[in-house]
Design a protein around this ligand. Sequence first.
Ligand code: PMV
Length: 359
Amino acid sequence: MTAKGFIPKTYKNLIEKGSYIWSSPSNIALVKYWGKKENQIPENPSISFTLDNCKTTTTLSFSKKENNNGFLFDVFLDGEKKDNFKPKIETFFKRIEAYSPFLKDYYFKIETSNTFPHSSGIASSASGMSALASCLMSIEKELNPEITNEHFTQKASFLARLGSGSACRSLEGDLVVWGKHDEIDGSSDLFGIKYPFEVHQNFKNYNDTILLVDKGEKQVSSTVGHNLMHNHPFAQERFKQAHSNLSVLINVFKTGDLKSFIEIVESEALTLHAMMMTSMPYFILMKPNTLEIINKIWAFRQKTNSNVCFTLDAGANVHVLYPESETEKICEFIKNELVAYCQKGEYINDKIGFGAKLL
Ligand code: PMV
């Protein structure tokens, strides 16, 4: 499939107005995407767990407008009008206009809410963009009922990618691959696909407790961070490493080898931050409490032989990952030893989920 394959032919139906509601989750990368080419094409393949509780619900209402001169829309977060969200949506609409040519024909009211606290340091772009892309695909399906479910999901992911790269991994679950990888049939730079191989019982219902270390705005946006990979001295090695880490994970998922899983996942998290620390200009997104938590996790693992591990996003918050069988033990550990390092003691219990849903 090429990008051109997502340009629709003429629509069968005419519709005046309507509305759709979709909820879509966030996701957490195990092999990280950091570095992109033009048109949101990733420099390396990535794989993520789809989350369950951290999600965005979006209602998209639409009505035919008088002319088709430009985009017309309003955005609301939790019922409050948010004009400062409009430039991001406008950019998104411009990027996807060729693939969703009905965009200028309607006025859109976008009403959105997140289950996780706003400004929790958890990016809402993955859940938000995938929910909005799903709503747009529901309109496309009404305009052209012939499109298959497979095309629907694939194109929703394709559109979400153009909103925010990692958003393309939120449409399905429980594991999603984005980016061409030689050993994964069907993998593509254009959209995420459900991980197509065997996954051991050890990884079913995997937990992710997100420790909110720093809830402030990110000092460096991911757009700036991705761009700093362009002249980065270690970029090519890093991109190669992502390919080989994903190759190793294929066997890890098959055999249930949790020790190797931990090794890859933690190394990926630290490599992501190492790329930030070695770019020019360089920056650090971890906070002292991020490191305190990492050290506590390592000490606990050594003492108890647990399979708890951590990963990081482009921020200071820590995602604590652990198998379902260790839920009780790790929840105790988190309460007793890690919560003290969270801002206002706040954290979110989440686990692997299955993607976007039409409500
Ligand atoms: O989707 P973006 O452009 O916000 O980039 C996200 C990149 C990381 O979250 C740091 C890694 C990833 O693969 O999700």
